[in-house]
Design a protein around this ligand. Structure first.
Ligand SMILES: Nc1ncnc2c1ncn2[C@@H]1O[C@H](COP(=O)(O)OP(=O)(O)OP(=O)(O)O)[C@@H](O)[C@H]1O
Ligand SMILES: [Mg+2]
Length: 338
């Protein structure tokens, strides 16, 4: 069996804030093979973003392992191209400078980063908008720009956290078709978080369904349809049946099913595991943190915080610039585009 490009095992995370503890994830196993796209769906607050933050290396989990390309990424950012749940475009940078931000933070001179980014503006439907400010772009264009910045990073894996969450249904559907094309050119191991079951199925090789908080893997649904997948696929009877399977697993009192892969929880049937707690509104998504409760966006997050390129904050109050790694270019991603 091929070694997983992305793998978490026994992942658990509890957030502590004062005397309030929130169990976000519990015993989650997920693996993504090279060249595979795996969607993650689950109720709001079940830990989807937490999972991606751990893999992005910006959140140190309470327990478990996280690996990308065989490397331990716990507390070590820089192995994945990560698009957080909010697009985090910087309003004071033009579209091109937003696109190149990640590469610049990697240590690439801006001029070189521009040379890499320029051809992608056409591909991402942004040709002619290189000098536009983010405020001059539509919602769909902003999302494409954030995706461009993400795909531009030469990383071994791509992590996308609800990239279309803020868009209307029609734009969203177009973006899914478009993302499929982009991804088919790229084929990097990817984890795609979404609330939209149809979107999850259209894009993925497999759909991981998480339970309500604390998130556990309820089931993993393989999606056998060949690519490219046409928009009409969603009316195919086989597709509709898969959709029903995922919806059933998402139902509040669904129980974990057996699964063909190690991703499914072995804990058997249990209730939804919901603690009486609301989702707390805006979270500090863009800052390395530890499980002792993040302190929100401090001053000085600035540009680095916008795409989680920082070393990990070990809770010592710095701005996230300490820690690991200097510039690294892995040679994957845009370099392979021909
Ligand atoms: N920094 C934090 N401090 C305290 N609690 C947090 C923090 N970040 C997330 N949580 C809590 O952990 C749980 C999981 O949050 P997470 O953002 O991972 O959920 P999610 O599945 O991505 O939700 P959504 O679908 O709404 O984006 C939620 O209950 C949330 O309130
Ligand atoms: Mg989220």
């Amino acid at each position: 069996m091929t070694a997983a490009a992305v793998a978490v095992r026994g992942l658990a995370h509890r957030f502590s804030r004062g005397n309030r503890v929130t169990a976000a994830l519990d015993g989650v196993d997920v693996a993504v093979a090279p060249g595979e796209l795996v969607s993650v769906v689950g109720p709001s607050g079940c830990g989807k973003s937490t999972l991606l933050k751990v893999l992005a290396g910006v959140l140190v989990p309470s327990a478990g392992t996280a690996r990308i390309g065989g490397h331990d990424v716990v507390g070590r950012p820089g192995r994945a191209a990560y698009m957080p749940q909010r697009d985090l475009l910087l309003p004071w940078r033009r579209a091109m400078e937003n696109a190149t931000l990640g590469c610049e933070l990697d240590g690439l001179p801006r001029g070189q980063a521009r040379l890499l980014a320029a051809p992608l503006f056409e591909r991402f439907g942004l040709a002619g908008f290189e000098r536009a400010w983010p405020s001059e772009l539509s919602g769909g264009m902003r999302q494409r720009l954030a995706l461009l910045r993400t795909f531009l990073l030469p990383r071994e894996a791509v992590l996308l956290d609800e990239p279309f969450g803020a868009l209307d249904a029609i734009t969203r559907r177009q973006m899914v078709d478009w993302l499929q094309d982009i991804w088919l050119d790229d084929r990097r191991a990817s984890l795609f978080v979404t609330h939209d079951v149809e979107e999850a199925l259209v894009l993925a090789d497999r759909v991981v369904v998480l339970s309500a908080r604390p998130g556990r893997v309820r089931t993993v649904v393989p999606v056998p349809f060949p690519r490219p997948r046409a928009p009409e696929l969603v009316t195919d009877l086989g597709f509709v049946a898969l959709r029903r399977t995922v919806m059933a697993a998402l139902a509040p009192y669904a129980t974990e099913e057996g699964s063909s892969e190690q991703g499914a929880s072995e804990e058997g049937a249990r209730g939804p595991g919901v603690e009486p707690m609301r989702h707390d509104g805006p979270m500090p998504h863009d800052r390395p943190m530890r499980d002792d409760g993040d302190r929100g966006r401090g001053s000085g997050d600035g540009e680095r915080g916008a795409i989680d390129q920082a070393g990990v904050d070990r809770g010592d109050g710095d701005d996230g610039r300490s820690g690991t790694g200097g510039p690294r270019r892995t040679g994957v991603g845009p370099d392979r585009r021909g």
